[in-house]
Design a protein around this ligand. Structure first.
Ligand SMILES: [Zn+2]
Length: 393
């Protein structure tokens, strides 16, 4: 695994609708690596094409090979500044999931689109009506930050902060954001492999989206552009996530072939292909289940009529909420760093690479099974003939 890229990426800060730091870092990285990319009109970062025109021509080129349409999101739950209560206190509105207990005095980072200013603390947090996440709070600056000429309240945003943006302990990675920088890391690493030779890759598109945490807004914006209409080849969405660990989807036991999310199940043919690839490439070190601890962009894509599959790395302390404990965790359900296992992340990347193989049976995934079912029928032909009706015996 490329710790250099991982470290630099996980050092970037983002909240829903405020993904500029992550995106700017990635654009520079992609530029340096010679990977074609561009920003779509809603602000998502597209990989595998350098313009809307190149994207359209990839999708409308006649082929039996599907475009593997990878999606991961750049944002993570966090807050936006609303107004200055006084010189040191910023009233904020929270977007996305969050811890719900032990919030008073929790450490947060504060940034605007240009600068990350450092840390501050959370006070007077109020939860939403459902009680499932923060609604509003105040962010109180320490004396150091209060001395700086800080900008307009509305240009500020932030999120929960811990001892470091990323640190490892054994095979575990602890971080302020694994959801979904893990997915972003995999797509960029995959593109790097695919474009290493300097040639293009005809079957790859990646979209790094905005504002997933408030309901897939970047993905919906992208689909509404209508760029996938008139496709002359199949499209398979591969959704990459870090998803809340559940029984049967345990941290360190391999990436998860995601059968569905809280909203829907995914494409049965695609899942079949993915499962067989996982069997071959990961030699049993993978897991398989419906990850219904949350919904993901594969659901949005499914609603728009596209086939979708998903791969997840099991995630500890989902949305920085202390479910599983560990270093820097506050009280139960309070703030805590998210964590994943490096080996699960490696497995996900390996599986992404395998999905790019040509000639996979995307359209005929069930053919062999149907043939063996047919064989079973003929095996029992004799038995079937008798015992059907007592009268005719
Ligand atoms: Zn996510």
């Amino acid at each position: 695994m490329e710790m250099g890229l991982l470290k630099k990426l996980f050092n970037q800060h983002a909240a829903p609708f405020r993904e500029a730091h992550v995106r700017r870092f990635l654009e520079a990285e992609l530029q340096r690596l010679g990977i074609p990319h561009f920003v779509d009109p809603v602000g998502n970062l597209v990989l595998g094409a350098d313009s809307a025109k190149a994207y359209r021509s990839k999708v409308t080129k006649k082929s039996t090979e599907p475009v593997r349409f990878f999606i991961a999101h750049m944002d993570h739950p966090g807050f936006h500044g609303v107004r200055w209560v006084d010189k040191r206190r910023l009233a904020v509105k929270w977007y996305g999931g969050s811890p719900t207990k032990d919030l008073e005095g929790a450490r947060v980072w504060l940034a605007d689109l240009h600068t990350v200013f450092g840390s501050a603390v959370l006070r007077r947090a109020k939860l939403t009506k459902s009680g499932r996440s923060i609604d509003t709070a105040e962010v109180v600056l320490g004396p150091q930050l209060a001395k700086l000429p800080l900008p307009d309240a509305k240009s500020l945003y932030g999120g929960l902060s811990f001892r470091a943006p990323l640190w490892s302990a054994g095979t575990r990675l602890y971080t302020k954001v694994a959801d979904d920088l893990c997915g972003v890391y995999c797509i960029v690493s995959l593109a790097k492999q695919l474009y290493r030779s300097g040639k293009g890759h005809p079957n790859f598109l990646g979209i790094l989206t905005r504002a997933e945490e408030v309901g897939f807004i970047g993905t919906i914006g992208h689909l509404e552009l209508g760029w996938l209409k008139g496709a002359r080849r199949p499209l398979i969405n591969v959704n990459l996530e870090a998803s809340r660990t559940l029984p049967g989807a345990e941290i360190g036991k391999g990436p998860i072939v995601r059968l569905g999310d809280r909203l829907t199940v995914f494409d049965p043919g695609g899942i079949r292909v993915l499962t067989e690839l996982a069997q071959k490439t990961l030699k049993g070190r993978y897991q398989r289940r419906i990850m219904d601890g949350g919904a993901c962009e594969a659901s949005a894509v499914t609603a728009y009529g596209m086939r979708a599959i998903g791969i997840s790395v099991p995630l500890g302390n989902y949305h920085n909420q202390n479910f599983e404990g560990g270093p820097d965790a506050r009280a139960a359900l309070g703030p805590a760093p998210e964590f994943v296992d490096k080996r699960d992340l490696q497995g996900m990347l390996k599986l992404c690479g395998a999905l790019m193989q040509s000639g996979l049976p995307w359209e005929t995934a069930w053919k062999q099974t149907a043939l063996s079912f047919k064989k079973s029928l003929s095996t029992y032909r004799v038995q079937m003939r008798g015992g059907f009706s007592l009268d005719s015996e």
